[in-house]
Design a protein around this ligand. Structure first.
Ligand SMILES: NC(=O)CC[C@H](N)C(=O)O
Length: 219
């Protein structure tokens, strides 16, 4: 599986993602400029990543302008053919704005940027400690959509405490039902606010992010 990382003006976690994939996860990876359209060389066995950052300065709404980049047209077609797409933080926001994922990311309930490690409850597994860093990470959707997401097992990660309890005190941004990450119905598009690429190196003291990539079937 090869990886492509889309770079938008204002992306600032693109190099973290490129470095994590190439040097910590030993993957073949290529940077893709948002103004290009070509995904030549990628097949539906591969994965396109939308990294974190402040694309277009977060103007209008986080991800609302990036959604119209030429490369996003190709990413939408790639996803429709079954190719894997992962959006982290700003990338998650772009996926929701592109309607590749349901719901929306709004300003944190406490109105402040939050930057810390937070535990995530994962499907069937132990809680993983993954960094969060965002001002607009409050996932929201209508009740019907939320019920559907949960009924279809589309919620990948919930904010939880160290013991794995999904409690409001472990919610860093006021996201509904403590939702930190979701996937689409087909299971090939993943979006999450926490940054697994910042937790894949023993040198940096945390390798829980590797388990996230593994859980998503990307290793
Ligand atoms: N680290 C990020 O990707 C931040 C995303 C976005 N700019 C926000 O503050 O919510």
């Amino acid at each position: 599986m090869k990886f492509g990382v889309v770079v938008f003006p204002g992306s600032n976690c693109d190099h973290d993602m490129l470095d994590a994939l190439q040097n910590d996860l030993n993957k073949e990876v290529r940077a893709l400029w948002h103004k290009d359209k070509s995904l030549d060389g990628f097949t539906t066995e591969d994965c396109i990543v939308l990294p974190g950052g402040f694309s277009f300065g977060d103007y209008l709404r986080c991800g609302a302008i990036a959604r119209f980049s030429p490369m996003m047209q190709s990413v939408i077609e790639f996803a429709a053919k079954g190719g894997k797409v992962l959006g982290v933080c700003n990338g998650f926001q772009i996926l929701c704005e592109s309607h590749l994922l349901p719901g929306v990311l709004t300003m944190n309930a406490h109105r402040q940027f939050v930057c810390k490690n937070n535990y995530l409850k994962t499907p069937g597994g132990e809680p993983l400690l993954i960094p969060v860093a965002h001002g607009d990470g409050r996932f929201q959707a209508d009740e019907k959509t939320l019920d559907e997401l949960e009924a279809n097992n589309q919620v990948l990660f919930y904010y939880c405490d160290e013991q794995g309890n999904v409690v409001e005190s472990a919610n860093p941004n006021g996201a509904v039902r403590n939702i930190a990450g979701i996937r689409n119905k087909e299971g090939n598009v993943f979006g999450m606010m926490p940054h697994p690429e910042r937790a894949v190196s023993a040198t940096l003291g945390n390798e829980d992010g590797k388990k996230v990539f593994e859980l998503l079937g990307l290793l």
